[in-house]
Write a protein that binds this ligand. Sequence first.
Ligand code: ADP
Ligand code: MG
Length: 503
Amino acid sequence: MLDHPHATPEAPCLDERALARALSGRHLIGGRLVPAGSGKTFPIHNPATRQEVAQAALGDAADVDAAVENAATAQKSWAKLPARKRGALVARCAELISAHVEELARLIALETGKALRTESRVEANTVADILSFYGGLGSELKGESVPFAPDVLSVTVREPLGVVGAIIPWNVPMLLMALKIAPALVAGNTVVVKSAEEAPLAVLRICELMNRILPPGCFNMLSGFGPECGAPLVAHPKVRKVTFTGSAEVGRIVSRTAAEKLVPVTLELGGKSPMLVFADCDFDKTVAGAITSMRFTRQGQSCTAASRIYVERPIFARFVDALAARVDAMVMGDPLDEKTDIGTIISQEQFDKVRRYIDEGRASEGAGTRACSRLPQDAALREGLFIQPHIFTDLPNSSRLVQEEIFGPVTCVFPFDDAQAVLAAANDSEYGLAASIWTNNLRIGLDLAHRLEAGLVQINQNLVVQANLSYGGVKSSGLGKEASLESMLEHFTHKKTIMVNYG
Ligand code: ADP
Ligand code: MG
């Protein structure tokens, strides 16, 4: 149904630079790719070369208003469609995304610097999986009958909330957006997404593809900066639900604005996720698990990255050596090269921030530092935002590297002697997103799983977000859950009670 005033490729496009240019300078409002009302744009860079690859539309409050008005109009008829029909349309979107996995993977690699093989392609496939999962859940939007009195039929029905404002970050923007739009749409809401200023292109392409299937106005997207475009979206009176993934600092701002309007918010914020490794673990499996848990293939730019690893003392030294050797063997390079394991940091700002943490760790008295892997030697990548992964040992608990979310390729490893002490250390954090425990003693594993302060605890594995498993943190890591049936019911509908007195 997409009206095409602006030429973007009809078929999957594997020329990521051409696709980036074609998507330049546009929001998607009411089923049309349109420029910002002000006509202004801002540049998007490839972090591996620092070259400009596109211009994005610079959204402001007027653009927000246009998008929300379109979404509000569309919502009335969208909500009237049978729920299974809405689901079926979202499931068709999943198929279309599946057919575009390769182009989306290349485009997200271009704008974020995430390696194609280890990260970008995986993310694009997961988007299709999440859309297909929610596409099948239309018929689960059920209410209940409630016993009240003999001549009174009392039932609850699930109703959509209206227009949903969704604000997303740059680290896994396609996936984190899918976790919001899919349940919101199936439940009968319409959405306005504000993309992250660092990575607006692949999500815009997804929006454009889905607008070929969805009625116009159901799924709108704006690009722009937080205060100028995100804040007016949260504050807009017709936005009846806000869902946000990003920093705890901005999460608090978003939450305050939503509180003024008395609308519900879901917040997925940061993490400082611990990994607890016991001496009786399967050593090789656990080292491999630590490699994926640290998310170094994504330069550690993950809320659930295992950024604190506690290892039982008898295997501590061997574990650190094995870990460093494995990271040394990983290839840093051009994100679009199939050989590359580790791509780049997203932006100069993040690069400087991560470097400051690393410098601080190196300067910490008595700390052990291992800088692993090798910076790429290719001249074309000389300006790229590459950082060697760092593994620190012997840092004091008070260190900022141990307490704060770095969002970079940095992990701190500590020895421990006692399960109770390590539990206390793991819980000694402002955050509570995820944790993992590695042991063959399930009595200890399950005991700790129940006592760790985290939204997600895994024993002997550490998978990323999975469809159908509630995902979301406690403490400063956020409010509410995503990725599951319950998250759709609890966060994108309200229950209305209807009573019929037939006596
Ligand atoms: P990061 O520091 O990793 O960029 P942020 O929390 O700053 O994480 O950004 C996450 C998202 O929140 C981005 O889309 C950003 O534009 C948006 N954002 C930033 N500030 C605000 C704000 N004041 N109101 C609404 N959205 C904002
Ligand atoms: Mg920011």
